[in-house]
Design a protein around this ligand. Structure first.
Ligand SMILES: *Cc1c(COP(=O)(O)O)cnc(C)c1O
Length: 564
C-alpha cells in the first residue's frame, strides 16, 4: 500500500467533463499523463486542488460576447473524502486541509490515486475556505495562497496519507514550486536544525523534476517579495536570494529551476526557446503526447481493436495502421464525423452535409493562439470557397474571464458569420470541454492551428486529431515541427513569414499563406482525390498517432527523470 515513488503536482487536472478541475491543455496533459502512467504501472501519486466551483461555464450572448458563471460540480459523486488532515500557515493563520481521492484505473489492473486538496472546512476563516474554490480565479494574493496549499500543503498531505517511499517530485509547471521549500524544511529537521542551509540544496534538487510549459510571460507566476514574506512569514526567502527570488520578486519558475535536477520543455523547439530564456540551466525536451485510448473515437477504436489488436496497451503498434485499407479509414472517419454533426445539430439545429470539407479548431482563446486568423480576410475566404469548393468550420474554446483580447477573438468569429457566403458555414460551440474535444478533434476533416510562433510550446489537440486520421494544417510551431511531413501528415502555414516578437506584423503573412494552402492544396485534394486524402489520413495514424502519445512521453520521463 502507498508505495508510490513519484509524486506529480499540478494546478489543474482534466479527468472527466463533469469535473470542472481544468482550464485547458495543462490539465488535459496532466490527466493523460496519469492514465498512461497507470498503463505503464509507474508507481505514481498525483496532487492537485479541488476547485469546488471549477473554472467557469461559458455562455455566449447574442453579440457573441462571452459570459461566465461558476461551474459547481458534484464532488461526492466523483471523489472519496479521506480521513487524513494537515495544515499550512498563511499570513500567520493556520489553515486546515483535507483531501479527496480519485482513482485512475488502467485496464491492466494498476491504479493511480489523485488527491484533491480542500480548505473549505468550518474551522477555517471564510476567505481561507474559498482558496480551493476557483481555478485561476481571484487576484495575486489568492493565487499565492493557492500555490502554498498546492506545494507545501501537498507534500504535508502526502506524508499524512502515509506515502513514505517518495523519491521524486514532478512539478507540472511552476505553480507547485513551493514544494521545494517544504522539502528543504524537512531536510533541516532531519539534520536536527531549525532552518535549512545552502548545503541542503543538492539533496532536494536530486528529488525534483520541473516541466516548463510556456514561453508566454503571463504563464510564469511572479509574486512581490513583500507579499510572499507576508503570506509565508519566512525570512529565508530574502536571505537565500539566489534560490527564491531576485529583483524583489518570488519567481516561481526560477524557484522550480533552482530546485530541480532535471528540467524539460514540452517539445524540441520549446526546449530551445526555454534555453534562450533561462540560459544558465540545462533544459531538455520531452515532447507532449495524448492518451491514445482516451482520444481515439469509438469508430476508430473498433477498427483498431479488430485489425491492430493490443494497440491500447502498446501504442507503438499503431504504426501498423499503414497497412489498413483506405476504405476502412474512410468509413471510420465518416462515422466519427456523423457523431460530431449530430452534436452540432442538437446544439444549433443546423444539419451539416458530411460530404463537405470541414475544418476544425478548438483551444483556449488567447491572443497568441490567433483563433480568428482564418476569418481575417472574409472576402478572400469567400472567394476561395466559391472557386475551390464549399467549407464548413466548426470551432470552440473559452477565454479566461480577464482576457479581453481572447473574448474579442471569439466575438469576431461569431459576428463574421453574417458576412460569409452561403458556401461557408461556421459554427461556434460553447463550453469547450473534454467530451466536446473528443467529438471535434475526431470529427472534422482537417485540424487547423494558427498560433503565433514561437509561443505554442507544444499543442496537443493536433495529436488527438492525428490518432483519428485527421491531418493538421498548422503553423510550424510546437509539436508540429516534429510531426509535419508536407503533404504526407498535413500541411504547414507561413514557414517563410518573418519572426515577429510583437504579435502584430506576422498575421497578414500567415493568413495569406493559409489561404494559399487551402485554395491550392487542401480543398482540391479533398474534393478531387479522396484516395490520396485518405492515404494522408492513414499516415497521420501510423506516423504520428503511434508516437505523439503519453505512453511514449511517460516512458521518456521514466528514462530521463524518474528513475535515472
Ligand atoms: C486538448 C485540449 C486542450 C489543449 O489544446 P491545445 O491544442 O494544446 O491548445 C484544451 N482544452 C481541451 C478541453 C482539450 O481537450
Amino acid at each position: 500500500m502507498n508505495q508510490a515513488t513519484v509524486a506529480y503536482f499540478t494546478m489543474e487536472m482534466a479527468l472527466e467533463s463533469t469535473m470542472s478541475t481544468y482550464a485547458g491543455g495543462l490539465g488535459v496533459l496532466a490527466g493523460d499523463t496519469i492514465r498512461s502512467a497507470a498503463d505503464l504501472k509507474v508507481p505514481l501519486v498525483a496532487v492537485t486542488l479541488l476547485h469546488r466551483k471549477g473554472y467557469f461555464k461559458q455562455h455566449l450572448d447574442a453579440s457573441g460576447w462571452q459570459q461566465e458563471a461558476p461551474s459547481d460540480w458534484d464532488i461526492a459523486a466523483h471523489l472519496q473524502l479521506q480521513q487524513a488532515r494537515t495544515s499550512v500557515s498563511l499570513e500567520g493563520r493556520t489553515v486546515q486541509l483535507q483531501a479527496w481521492k480519485y482513482e485512475v484505473h488502467s485496464p491492466n489492473g494498476f491504479t493511480i490515486p489523485i488527491f484533491f486538496l480542500d480548505t473549505d472546512l468550518p474551522e477555517n476563516q471564510p476567505w481561507d475556505r474559498t482558496l480551493t474554490h476557483f481555478l485561476y480565479g481571484g487576484g495575486t494574493p489568492y493565487r499565492l495562497c493557492q500555490e502554498v496549499i498546492l506545494g507545501i500543503g501537498g507534500i504535508r498531505m502526502l506524508r499524512a496519507l502515509g506515502f513514505t517511499s517518495l523519491s521524486r517530485y514532478h512539478m507540472n509547471e511552476g505553480h507547485a514550486a513551493l514544494l521545494g521549500l517544504e522539502l528543504l524544511d524537512e531536510a533541516a529537521a532531519q539534520a536536527n536544525r531549525t532552518t535549512f542551509l545552502p548545503e541542503d540544496l543538492p539533496a532536494v534538487r536530486k528529488q525534483c523534476v520541473f516541466t516548463t510549459h510556456t514561453p508566454i510571460a503571463s504563464g510564469h507566476d511572479l509574486f512581490p517579495l513583500e507579499l510572499a514574506l507576508q503570506v509565508l512569514g519566512r525570512r529565508e526567502l530574502q536571505e537565500m536570494q539566489g534560490v527564491f527570488c531576485c529583483d524583489e520578486t518570488l519567481n516561481m519558475t526560477f524557484l522550480a529551476l533552482n530546485l530541480s535536477h532535471y528540467i524539460n520543455g514540452v517539445a524540441k523547439k520549446h526546449a530551445q526557446t526555454s534555453q534562450l530564456m533561462f540560459g544558465k540551466y540545462e533544459i531538455d525536451a520531452i515532447t507532449n503526447g495524448v492518451h491514445a485510448a482516451t482520444w481515439t473515437s469509438p469508430p476508430f477504436q473498433a477498427l483498431f481493436d479488430r485489425l491492430i489488436p493490443g494497440w491500447r496497451a502498446d501504442n507503438f503498434s499503431l504504426r501498423f495502421a499503414h497497412s489498413l485499407a483506405l476504405d476502412e479509414i474512410k468509413s471510420a472517419h465518416l462515422a466519427a464525423k456523423q457523431l460530431l454533426l449530430h452534436r452540432v445539430f442538437q446544439e444549433t439545429g443546423l444539419a451539416l452535409d458530411p460530404h463537405i470539407l470541414t475544418l476544425g479548431f478548438a483551444r483556449r482563446a488567447t491572443a497568441y493562439k490567433r483563433i480568428d486568423l482564418l476569418v481575417s480576410d472574409v472576402t478572400r475566404l469567400n472567394a476561395i470557397a466559391a472557386s475551390a469548393g464549399p467549407l464548413h468550420i466548426i470551432c470552440a474554446g473559452k477565454a479566461h474571464p480577464n482576457d479581453h483580447q481572447g473574448k474579442e477573438a471569439i466575438q469576431r468569429l461569431i459576428q463574421v458569420q453574417g458576412n460569409l457566403s452561403p458556401t461557408i458555414k461556421l459554427v461556434y460551440l460553447p463550453n469547450y470541454d473534454l467530451d466536446l474535444a473528443k467529438l471535434i478533434t475526431a470529427g472534422v476533416d482537417v485540424w487547423l492551428n494558427t498560433p503565433h510562433p514561437p509561443f505554442e510550446a507544444s499543442g496537443t489537440s493536433g495529436m488527438k486529431a492525428a490518432l483519428n486520421g485527421v491531418p493538421s494544417l498548422s503553423v510550424l510551431d510546437g509539436w508540429w515541427l516534429e510531426g509535419w511531413i508536407e503533404g504526407e501528415t498535413g500541411w504547414s502555414i507561413g514557414e517563410s513569414c518573418p519572426i515577429d516578437p510583437n504579435l502584430t506584423d506576422r498575421a497578414s503573412c500567415d493568413a495569406t499563406a493559409l489561404y494559399r494552402k487551402l485554395e491550392n492544396e487542401v480543398i482540391p485534394l479533398f474534393y478531387q482525390d479522396p484516395d490520396r486524402f485518405a492515404d494522408i489520413m492513414r499516415h497521420c495514424i501510423s506516423l504520428n498517432g503511434s508516437f505523439f502519445n503519453t505512453q511514449r512521453m511517460v516512458s521518456q520521463y521514466v528514462i530521463k527523470a524518474y528513475f535515472e
